[in-house]
Design a protein around this ligand. Structure first.
Ligand SMILES: NC(=O)c1ccc[n+]([C@@H]2O[C@H](COP(=O)([O-])OP(=O)(O)OC[C@H]3O[C@@H](n4cnc5c(N)ncnc54)[C@H](OP(=O)(O)O)[C@@H]3O)[C@@H](O)[C@H]2O)c1
Length: 249
């Protein structure tokens, strides 16, 4: 029976992905900063483990607690929307600590066991912001695009050891806690001079067309984790898939 370790399972895409892999019969190591077992099925195939991807000690302890795994899903992430000039470098560093360096730290932690076993899959959850340039999302996009570039390159060297890397690119998911979790961080990031530009964008955010659900992402992570080919990119959700199709047209 295979084992998946997923980061950021307290809500949203990560929580649904943990439920999905469990429903498919896998062992699941559902990690979260503040462990809560009540949201997930009670089962001897479900282990809830504390993990903050920005803490080296926490990463080491979680990997020890998990034991051998077959698939790592780097889902944990935080967001920021705002004018670039108004976004403090401290906020930029905070975003990169989780979205970029956190992913690297988790990859460092699992690659040795995957390489030695000559098998394993790393699924990095980025964003549809890596598929097209969205306004007021520069810092967030940079943090995710770095993971995109990292994954494409490292996929080559790990393929030599039978280890695969996949990118899942979800579209806009207003159903998760993503906006709420970033709310405080985004205060004051639209200066008055940017209001005429930004207001219509926020109006459009509030009235989205096609959006991505947690179920879309969970199923796409599942497909990516089980894909035996060298395919790297997996858009998740109808809005993300439409961006890929528009680029191809
Ligand atoms: N929703 C969207 O519109 C959207 C679109 C494209 C991509 N994404 C990406 O999808 C992923 C999941 O987002 P979501 O929409 O499901 O948002 P969410 O509901 O806010 O979930 C994010 C998860 O990441 C966790 N997390 C944050 N910082 C962490 C850290 N330092 N260590 C470990 N876990 C941490 C959160 O845990 P806590 O409860 O401890 O904060 C939470 O479990 C993220 O990578 C995000 O960038 C989201």
């Amino acid at each position: 029976m295979k084992t998946v370790l997923i980061t950021g399972c307290s809500s949203g895409y990560g929580l649904e992905t943990a439920r999905h892999f469990h429903a498919k019969g896998w062992n699941v190591v559902a990690t979260m900063r503040t462990p809560r077992e009540d949201m997930l099925p009670r089962s001897d195939r479900m282990q809830v483990v504390a993990l903050d991807v920005t803490s080296p000690a926490s990463v080491a302890a979680a990997i020890r607690a998990a034991g051998p795994i077959d698939v790592l899903v780097n889902n944990a992430g935080i967001g920021v929307v705002g004018a670039f000039e108004a976004t403090p470098m401290s906020t930029t560093r905070e975003i990169f600590e989780t979205n970029t360096f956190g992913v690297m730290a988790m990859m460092h932690a699992v690659v040795p066991q995957f390489r030695e076993r000559r098998s394993g899959v790393i699924v990095n959850v980025t964003s549809s912001t890596t598929l097209a340039a969205f306004p007021l999302a520069g810092v967030y996009t940079a943090s995710k695009t770095a993971v995109d570039g990292l994954s494409g390159s490292v996929a080559h060297e790990l393929a030599a050891f039978g280890v695969r890397i996949k990118l899942v690119e979800p579209g806009y998911g207003p159903g998760t806690r993503f906006a709420e979790n970033g709310g405080a961080r985004m205060q004051g990031l639209i200066p008055d001079a940017y209001r005429p530009f930004a207001d219509p964008i926020f109006t459009a955010f509030a009235n989205p067309g096609a959006v991505t659900t947690a179920a879309d992402v969970a199923e796409t992570v599942w497909q990516a984790a089980n894909d035996a080919s060298d395919r790297l990119h997996f858009a998740a959700g109808p809005d993300a898939v439409a961006l890929v199709q528009a680029k191809a047209a």
